[in-house]
Ligand binder design. Structure first.
Ligand SMILES: [Zn+2]
Length: 306
């Protein structure tokens, strides 16, 4: 029985269900990759991060176990963070979106796209918690991008440069491979340049190397033009989030300071909010930008002013 002989609706269901299970594996990666001595395959079994008890298969069913257990570990009663069901649901939704927008016969293209989306999810949640992006994702992506572009040239079907590098009038392996390398250089290069200018202007590190590697990898998958657009979208979303974050800290510290001394509250709250608001990871916003150009490039192209 071949999956691709199934009705399109069943194929969509299959990719979504796979996404749900992969999402639960991504949770393991998000927990373990930033922790020294742990890998995604060591320890072999899934453990409760709180009581280290091995989980039974019943406790390992994505989403449903969390719902059935009321969000608690069966052994120690540990409150399972929202991140776990959220990542599973998000992965399933994004795998559904990829399968929805990609013609169902092009399973190789679907596979590469869900792989990229999954890497972005891991990078996002690790960066939020630890302010770093695992090299397994960023450097792994930088290595995988040109190889997968060569194997699945359709990945760069909408990359203008890939067509220039191709010999015929459609994107071939050489064209996709070279466009991927150009995307790597452009994505990593632009952030290195911004970081260098930022250092000259503000005399402190403005750009993390993790972000540089992440956009380099992303550029390898979406091409140089889309990588630049992803950076612009990511920066816009990040500035909105930054303002909201400062406002949130202002609110929190204002209500705290108010309890003590009512007079100087606003000025002091704003100062501490500025400090707190500065520590905002950029990776998640970059990932949102990359996700948008990956899934909707032909729509995004329409918004770009010419
Ligand atoms: Zn436990």
């Amino acid at each position: 029985m071949n999956l691709f002989e199934l009705a399109p609706e069943l194929q969509l269901f299959w990719w979504t269900a796979m996404g749900l299970f992969v999402g639960s594996f991504l949770n393991v990666a998000i927990h373990r990759l930033p922790r020294p001595g742990m890998t995604v395959s060591k320890p072999r079994r899934s453990l409760c991060p709180s009581c280290a008890r091995s989980l039974t298969w019943k406790e390992n069913v994505p989403l449903f176990s969390w719902l059935l257990q009321g969000g608690n570990c069966r052994g120690c009663g540990w409150r399972i963070p929202w991140r776990y069901p959220l990542v599973e649901l998000l992965t399933a939704l994004l795998w559904f979106a990829v399968a929805w927008i990609t013609p169902s016969g092009e399973w190789d293209l679907i596979l590469v796209r869900v792989l990229v989306v999954s890497g972005l999810i891991v990078a996002t949640f690790v960066d939020f918690e630890h302010f770093e992006i695992p090299d397994e994702i960023s450097i792994g992506g930088m290595v995988a991008a040109p190889i997968l572009s060569f194997l699945v040239p359709a990945l760069h079907r909408e990359t203008a440069l890939a067509l220039v590098f191709s010999s015929g009038d459609s994107v071939d392996r050489t064209g996709a491979f070279l466009a991927s390398l150009a995307g790597l250089a452009a994505g990593g290069g632009v952030l290195l340049l911004i970081g260098w200018i930022g250092k000259l202007l503000f005399r402190r590190d403005a750009m993390g190397l993790g972000d540089v590697k992440l956009l380099a990898a992303a550029g390898g998958f979406v091409g140089p033009g889309a990588a630049m657009v992803a950076l612009v979208i990511g920066s816009l979303v990040a500035s909105v989030a930054g303002v909201l974050n400062v406002a949130r800290f202002y609110w929190i510290s204002r209500s705290r300071v108010r309890k003590r001394a009512a007079s100087k509250a606003p000025a002091r709250s704003l100062a501490s909010a500025r400090v707190a608001g500065r520590y905002l990871p950029f990776g998640p916003y970059l990932a949102i930008g990359v996700g948008i150009v990956l899934l909707a490039w032909n729509h995004v192209v329409g918004w770009i002013p010419r």
